[in-house]
Design a protein around this ligand. Sequence first.
Ligand code: IVH
Length: 683
Amino acid sequence: MRREAEQRVAELRRLIEHHNYRYYVLDNPEIPDAEYDRLMRELQQLEAAHPELATPDSPSQRVGGQPLPEFAPVRHRVPMLSIRTETDTTEAGAIAFDARVRKQLGLDENAPPVEYAAELKFDGLAVSLRYEHGVLVQAATRGDGETGEDVTQNVRTVHIIPLRLDTEHPPEVLEVRGEVYMRRDDFERYNDKQRKLGRPTLVNPRNGAAGSIRQLDPAVAAQRPLSFFCYGIGETAGWAVPATHGQLLDALAELGLPVSTERVVGPGIATLLAFHQSIADKRDSLPFDIDGVVYKVNSVELQQQLGFVAREPRWAVAHKYPAQEELTVVEAIDVQVGRTGALTPVARLKPVFVGGVTVTNATLHNEDEVRRKDVRIGDTVIVRRAGDVIPEVVAILPERRPMRDLVTPLNEAFAMPTRCPECDAPVVKLEGEAAARCTNGLSCPAQRKQALIHFASRRAMDIEGLGDKLVEQMVDKGLIRTPADLYGLAVEQVAGLERMAEKSANNLIAAIDHSKRKDLARFIFALGIRNVGEQTAKDLARHFGKLDALMQADEAMLMLVPDVGPVVAESVLAFFAEPHNRAVIERLRAAEAWRDGEARPMVAGHLAGKTFVLTGTLPTLAREVAKARIEAAGGKVAGSVSKKTDYVVAGAEPGSKFTKAQELGVTILDEAQLLQLLEGSVG
Ligand code: IVH
């Protein structure tokens, strides 16, 4: 019995480890989660029944054990150091580091360049992993560098950290140092899940990583998707320490420890600068946050020669990038009105340098988002700007809220205005939509401006020189209200505007004139119909050929256009039903703003003479739509199956017509096959 249990435990561990590897490392599981859970439960039950079989490297340790009252202190036998940070964010940092190293090593200008290793500065929590005879026995945080906290239970839940080193001859002792971090996609996924469950979210990946490792309940830590990279070692015994940092990392990777591939070894400053630049270029596309790069003298012997000052080695330096998150204060919360009337709350910020630029505004997305984050005027907030993404408010610092306990107009909770801030029309929030909208359409000056800016934009009518500022001025001055007004503008009217000399006024009028007779697809796109993007505009233009045909189409006719569903059809109908829009279009017609084309020649009746019967629910096509399309292609739709039926189109839960079709040997199609047939590609 005992022997059987022992064998099965060994077998289960082997299986589970194999599946962990498929899942966490290769991202390519072989078995469903439920099957994995069964294996894990069986292992846990056997270990509970035979405590003598439990080991610290059993995969069952990864799911989190009993909560701790507190973390036990761990004394680091080799202190955990920190690194000096070059505050200079330009090349000067690398140059100064190299100069110091060379001076301390007594190298003059004629001596060859020093060999360096350059790697990423991960943004998470430093931990030290102690492997004895190849088994992970303890994990500790850095603490003050001398004494950290025992976080072994939590670290065991990090799947990428091996519980056993992958070697036949493990060192007696190997302490591995590195950073626990959270990938950005894991962070987003975790927060989405929490939000759906109405549970608290993590502020950023770094806090997510640090907070999870310093969690007293390992079962909670086990729920958090954490990762790890090594960057060094602490105490070792019975191990031949490699001669260079580069070789050290290779050796750690060989033992199955995660090491980032974003690293280089090479001579002198040039290596450092090239690495700094190449990482700066791809910083935003890395799957995790970094706050800079680290340069290290590659030779371990030279490292020892250089030694330390205070708690910092002389042989390593961190070169930081501009921070992507900074603190600032919310001075106001404004509400902006977009082209379709959507109201977007925007935080006006005390100017702050973040992500390489000065930021004064950050989007708050929508009302729910402001409520969730509870952003109020006067709050100190974390602002994030990564790459070209628009800056956003990540979170507030509640402890810094002024007059927390007083309710003043300044720190009242944000509420979306009930009337449009631009035109005072009522605001509505439709069910299932995040955005509140102004109901005034193009009578709202803000929507009018946005509609005009869109109309003139490059992918629409492409009116060169007509940008945001100019449109705003012209609307404010009452020169234009609708796109049609553009085509009646005179040079003198435009020349009167700010920063408009006669020449640029002439150019603008010429550009407006030049934009005329655009092809129908661009013109439809330029109209700014909700839910009609560039591609849909092209599809509509190709299908209808002439604007009048589009304007006269009913819902069923619109839905004959490939990829047009009820939402788009509804938006198109609503747009053309608006008398104001029709009036503007008539004036644009008079100005010859667009050029009609030819309707797409219907593959005239290629299904003429064919009889179809529909049964069951089709996955995407409504029955009427399927019928309309068949008829448009010349086919006939009958109510019952007979020998004369050419095709039966069957969806989910088909009725007796399906059985009948089988009996009579009639061709049965699914929706995809019907669509192919309609396209004329088969049949
Ligand atoms: S080496 C002997 N390398 O930065 C030098 N540290 O300020 C010890 N860090 O506590 C550290 N990435 O948490 C080193 N590639 C890297 C690093 C790194 C991130 C963190 C680590 C450390 C802090 C030092």
